[in-house]
Design a protein around this ligand. Structure first.
Ligand code: FDA
Length: 305
């Protein structure tokens, strides 16, 4: 049953019609539990509160599946506005974005133009930018663009997904760029031709790439809510005398909040991924797919409770 629900929400997450409808009608169905709000002031307020609790943030100006150059440029403007707000309010926050929102499905030229505009402002404001990883069909293009931008900018990183069979090769291939990478299990519906279908295999592969990337001497963001992976990372860094400055834990806004606070108390760097904006639909559906128990929130939202 859980697998059916998971597939159902992942299927819904790709629906362009609902994506557009959701933009029009605003945050609904309990999505506010996972999304900080629709505006920059909402996001600034949330970041400030998390910073006050000793947590760093990466802010995500939500956006995916855009159809025109105009929408892609507007999405880039939104990111620039967010970076300027981070600078203006002296917040401890990075920025995350998706290349599809920058026009990946339209042209590479458009993506590069938008990314360079964002990265130039981010450099001035000293804000690090992470390119989220989307579905497998876009993985090669995303990594190519990351490599090109990394040649010109220091304050850029990307994400690798442990569920992909290819991921260990990507960790090795990217090593020459001294990359700051966020490592995750992976959130999209992928074919067993490209990704491990079984959770236990994903978890083993995840541990393998965390170890590889850390022992390569690179900065590693371990982005998970899974206690077994968190404990594994703690043991690994201790056994290998890796300093707390070489890694951080990351979790999503609204998920396992107490665990986030515990990790801060234990002295680890904890970064919370805070999404905001009106394009909340796809993000929200993927969070429901990860944990169908969250559907209870949707039902409460629908019933207005
Ligand atoms: P797992 O799914 O095994 O969950 C472990 C435990 O965490 C669960 O038992 C539950 O207790 C809790 N949990 C997990 N998800 C939950 C939820 N939605 N609601 C409530 N509890 C939940 N993916 C991707 O493909 N590209 C990307 O760029 C990113 N970026 C990213 C950034 C950050 C900061 C995080 C934390 C995650 C991502 N992801 C991502 C998502 C990632 O790939 C993965 O889908 C989720 O993190 C869930 O996997 P876990 O590692 O948490 O483990």
């Amino acid at each position: 049953m859980e697998q059916i629900l998971r597939n159902f929400f992942l299927f819904l997450s790709k629906n362009r019609f609902f994506t557009k409808l959701a933009k029009k009608y605003g945050l609904r169905f309990g999505a506010g539990r996972f999304v900080a709000g629709e505006t920059i002031p909402n996001a600034v307020d949330t970041i400030q509160k998390l910073n006050d609790k000793g947590m760093s943030v990466t802010i995500d100006h939500l956006g995916e599946f855009i159809d025109s150059k105009k929408e892609a440029r507007e999405a880039a403007d939104g990111c620039i506005e967010a970076i300027k707000a981070i600078g203006e309010h002296h917040l401890d926050s990075q920025l995350s974005l998706k290349l599809t929102s920058m026009g990946l499905d339209i042209s590479e030229e458009l993506v590069m133009e938008n990314m360079r505009r964002i990265l130039d402002v981010a450099e001035k404001e000293d804000v690090f930018v992470t390119i989220d990883m989307e579905d497998h069909d876009r993985c090669d293009k995303t990594l190519e663009i990351f490599k090109k931008l990394r040649a010109d900018y220091d304050h850029i990183g990307t994400v690798l997904q442990a569920y992909l069979y290819r991921v260990a090769e990507d960790v090795q291939d990217l090593n020459q760029y001294d990359p700051n990478l966020r490592l995750v299990k992976g959130a999209y519906k992928e074919s067993p031709k490209v990704a491990f279908p079984e959770k236990k295999d994903v978890d083993e592969n995840y541990k393998k790439i965390i170890k590889m990337h850390l022992l390569n001497g690179n900065y590693t963001a371990v982005a998970t809510h899974d206690d077994a992976i968190i404990e594994y990372t703690k043991r690994l860094v201790e056994e290998n005398n890796i300093s707390n400055d070489q890694f951080e834990f990351q979790m999503l806004y609204g998920i396992r909040v107490e665990r986030q606070e515990e990790l801060v108390k234990e002295g680890y760097k904890m970064r919370v991924y805070v999404p905001y904006g009106n394009d909340w639909y796809g993000y929200f559906m993927r969070r429901l797919a990860e944990r169908p128990a969250n559907v209870a929130f949707v039902l409460k939202g629908v019933l207005g409770k």
